[in-house]
Design a binder for this molecule. Structure first.
Ligand code: F6P
Length: 345
């Protein structure tokens, strides 16, 4: 299917939503419709909609005014892996390989190429669909910023801003009540949001999955801060690693120190709402670059930011390595230099 002139371009958003998805869709659709006369076919609800054939043409009206909107006009899903697709069978729900149904819809809609906007899971699926002969260009999305093949995913900057603002707000209420405040942020196996929001928000302790912490060290720092509590105010925030651990840490601090502690789980607030200016720009650059790659027949590739430039890497390379916080890296050293504890001293 490669090297054929591109006339019909499919686009889908997969996995969890992320601020900037609409800006990418617009970044793809504007040049595709206005400059290259392509037809854009939007696939609804990610790969789930692709398996089910829920697709529609995207017009200029569809993309008007969406650059600053959160969510995705196409809808998304993180449950529709076509290679492990839940289907009603004789004995209840069975997991089947529905990839041929995707291929059928790809051909049925006359698609010459497909742009998939998603994170790790979406890129794994894209890689397998490429192997089946589909012409795919990927765009890296995730608030977790955990793809090694790009210096930054779009969505991360917005999540970071939201988490930083939350920490700022917690400082004032913590100070008013002389309380210990624990904040749990997202990020899965990567501590980027916790690290950078904690640094930007002046957290005393940051716990991230990459650095093993010990309770003794955490409590020692909490008690040191307690002295400050008595004399002036308290500023404590702990971005944590896995869902639910915030409550656990908060409870343990109260039990071991007797200090009044409150935990905030920021959750999906980090993914909702309008993208920052940085994410709008990055998402637009990714979208337009994805169209260029498709028009040049450079399939099986994902757009990527390297330094200040948008370039591309193979999707295979993109899925080969997670991008975790380097534990002896500059940003960790910077945090330690300004007195942040990682609970490992
Ligand atoms: O990968 C993005 C992310 O927001 C993670 O940080 C988080 O662990 C997960 O998705 C939450 O997924 P869901 O929206 O399915 O609860």
């Amino acid at each position: 299917m490669a090297n054929k002139k591109i006339r019909r371009l499919g686009i889908l958003t997969g996995g969890g939503d992320c601020p900037g998805l609409n800006a990418v869709i617009r970044g793809v659709a504007k040049p595709a419709l206005n400059d290259h006369g392509l037809t854009i076919v939007g696939i609804e609800d990610g790969f789930e909609g692709f398996v089910e054939g829920r697709m529609r043409e995207i017009s200029r009206d569809d993309i008007a005014g969406i650059i600053g909107e959160g969510g995705t006009i196409l809808g998304t899903s993180n449950k529709g892996d076509p290679f492990h697709y839940p289907s009603e069978g004789l004995h209840g729900i069975e997991i089947v390989d529905a990839s041929q149904r995707v291929l059928k819809h790809y051909k049925g809609w006359g698609l010459d190429a497909l742009i998939t906007i998603g994170g790790d899971g979406t890129m794994h699926i894209s890689n397998k669909l490429s192997d089946l002969g589909m012409n795919i260009v990927g765009v890296p999305k995730t608030i977790d910023n955990d793809l090694e093949a790009t210096d930054q995913t779009f969505g991360f900057d917005t999540a970071l801003s939201i988490a930083t603002e939350a920490i700022d707000r917690l400082h004032t209420t913590a100070s008013a009540h002389h309380r210990v405040m624990v904040i749990e942020v997202m990020g899965r196996y990567a501590g980027w949001i916790a690290l950078e929001a904690g640094l930007a928000g002046g957290a005393d302790i940051i716990l991230i999955p990459e650095i093993a912490f010990n309770w003794e060290s955490v409590m020692r720092r909490v008690i040191e801060r307690r002295i400050v509590v008595r004399e002036s105010d308290v500023k404590r925030t702990d971005p944590i690693r896995f869902g639910g651990i915030g409550e656990h840490v908060g409870r343990r601090i109260t039990e071991e120190t007797g200090l009044e502690t409150r935990t905030t789980i920021l959750g999906h607030l980090q993914r909702g709402g309008s993208p920052t200016a940085y994410d709008r720009v990055l998402a637009t650059r990714y979208g337009t670059k994805a169209v260029d790659l498709a028009l040049n027949g450079e399939f099986g590739r994902m757009v990527s930011l390297r330094g200040l430039n948008v370039t591309s890497v193979t999707i295979k390379e993109a899925i080969s390595k997670q991008r975790l916080v380097p534990i002896n890296g500059e940003i960790i050293n910077t945090s330690r230099a300004v007195g942040t504890s990682f609970g490992d001293e």
